[in-house]
Design a protein around this ligand. Structure first.
Ligand code: ZN
Length: 242
């Protein structure tokens, strides 16, 4: 997904487990940054914990999309979740092609859209149950767990839809930026890479301006730093090109 810092390195507080045979490592900063982002939702610990759970599931599903696609080509993957998102790694082995790399990159947002669709269907089903005054819907919405479930449904919808869409923007190192770079590279090689970072710089700059203009400071800073990162790589590549 996003890789601002590269591999954050292992610590003794890392959480390790595997999903469908794919090793997953969670760096402690993941929980800390998640808690900081979640503290916007309210002061209650249960709300922040609920938000971190939604973030964790969403990012894991996104990375699993990349990882399962890589494994389907016979390239063993692993997943790291860290302070600013996460990434799925794989070593491309025998039979590497550009179209396979593009498919692996696209599979992350696709998995997120799949989770969005499941949660959205459940949401519609519950809403219909409430409208039809079904007994199960009344039991559900009057239970103590309902505010938490309702919050989780909205967060999962929001994260998986909008995060997936933002991730597909042609801004390196987001998934869309990597796809854009692969596509332009296929045609023009070095000048294609330069153009991909030029597109990334402009797109990220426009998105940052939009966020700052609507007082969304976190989004503004994030896309501002992406614009700067693309500008830096762009100037480095141009220098090498001349
Ligand atoms: Zn991704």
């Amino acid at each position: 997904m996003m890789q601002f810092l590269g591999d954050p390195g292992t610590t003794r507080y890392d959480l390790r487990f595997s999903v469908m045979g794919i090793p997953v490592r969670v760096h402690p900063l993941f929980w800390l940054v998640g808690a900081l982002l979640g503290s916007n939702s309210g002061p209650e610990l249960s709300i922040v914990a609920n938000w971190i759970g939604c973030l964790f599931v969403s990012i894991l599903v996104h990375e699993l999309g990349h990882a399962l696609a890589a494994r389907s080509f016979g390239w063993p993957p692993d997943i790291v979740l860290h302070g600013f998102g996460g990434f799925a790694r794989y070593s491309p082995g025998y039979g590497y092609t550009r179209s396979k790399a593009i498919w692996i990159t696209f599979a992350g947002p696709l998995a997120g859209f799949g989770l969005f669709a499941i949660v959205y269907c459940a949401h519609l089903w519950i809403r219909a149950g409430i409208a039809e005054e079904q007994p199960w819907a009344q039991t559900l919405t009057t239970s103590g767990a309902w505010p938490g479930i309702n919050f989780a449904i909205l967060q999962l919808e929001w994260i998986n839809l909008f995060w997936g869409l933002f991730n597909l923007l042609p801004v390196f190192p987001l998934d869309g930026g990597q796809i854009c770079s692969e596509l332009l590279n296929a045609r023009e090689n070095h000048s294609g890479r330069i153009r991909a970072h030029q597109i990334g710089m402009i797109t990220a700059g426009v998105v940052a301006a939009y966020f700052l203009n609507s007082s969304r400071i976190f989004g503004g800073l994030m896309f501002g730093s992406l614009a700067y990162q693309n500008y830096q790589i762009y100037t480095q590549l141009r220098r090498g090109y001349r």
